[in-house]
Ligand binder design. Structure first.
Ligand SMILES: [Fe+2]
Length: 148
């Protein structure tokens, strides 16, 4: 994408953040399947996930392409705000899972529980992103429809 409009620059940054998110999610998923890492290593990966999420959420909330898109479609504001309101709760959940991992004993129960918490979180995050993408698609479709 070679256009230099601020919207598209912000979009590129968000795509980088999404790649970082994808990388860390896959690393955790793999580590939870292999079960060879220490509890501290799993805790560190989960803490990194929390950091990536906070960065991604900030990007979406402040001056990201999401905010730009919403400014073109005021009727979407309530839905966008409801989605943004999920960010602090998801950041807190990621932190809680990381703390649970750091305090773990490495038992089978602990691995099962951590995997269960992580998978539930991935589902929640996926649902959230699906709704965001749907909202953005509607905004762009409307924008193109009204200007093109
Ligand atoms: Fe989001």
């Amino acid at each position: 994408m070679n256009t230099s409009t601020p919207e598209f620059d912000a979009h590129e940054t968000t795509l980088d953040d999404h790649r970082a998110l994808q990388w860390i999610l896959e690393a955790i998923d793999r580590a939870l399947l292999e079960r060879t890492a220490s509890t501290a290593e799993i805790g560190t990966l989960l803490t990194q996930l929390g950091g990536v999420l906070i960065q991604l959420f900030e990007q979406e909330e402040e001056g990201g392409y999401f905010a730009d898109a919403i400014s073109h479609a005021p009727r979407m504001v309530a839905r966008a705000n409801a989605l943004m309101a999920q960010h602090p709760a998801m950041a807190a959940t990621a932190k809680a899972i990381a703390q649970n991992a750091h305090h773990g004993d490495g038992s089978d129960d602990w691995w099962d529980r951590t995997q269960e918490l992580f998978r539930a979180f991935v589902d929640e995050l996926g649902e959230h992103e699906l709704h965001e993408n749907r909202l953005l698609q509607e905004v762009y479709a409307q924008d193109i429809g009204s200007h093109g």
